[in-house]
Ligand binder design. Sequence first.
Ligand SMILES: [Zn+2]
Length: 156
Amino acid sequence: MLTAHLPSGYVLARLIPRAPGFFSAALIGAVLPDLDMFWFHFVDNASIHHHRYWVHIPLFWAVIAALVLPFLALFYRHLLPIGGVFFLALFMHMVLDSVSGGILWGMPFDNHLYALVEVPATQSHWVLSFMLHWTFLFELAIWAMALLLWRLEKRP
Ligand SMILES: [Zn+2]
């Protein structure tokens, strides 16, 4: 997914009950894995697919969630719902990346990037190939839903 992670977090935040911290947790969780793009471009020189970094591996976040959520439940119960929204947004990110980008759902048992649809390299740059592929309509739909919810929110 190229552009719709932030609006997907907004949609998530608008579809769940409102509570302090939920909005920020949804937005941060929805975009956090893609911060690996800095490492991808400035350290690894785009040498491997950034979906192979640990921040894009579902098992990694499942282990973190399995450690953090019980800790919150025991010692900071008031933060547990916020943590739940954060991890929900994180997993939504990986599900959305699975439409055409590929995610290591089988890690550590296999090294395959699972995607619902393979986007062929039809253009001179991979970004153009993704933007001109029909799966980009899915991203536009998320943007449209976010804009609609935002407009409804702003209505008097
Ligand atoms: Zn991603």
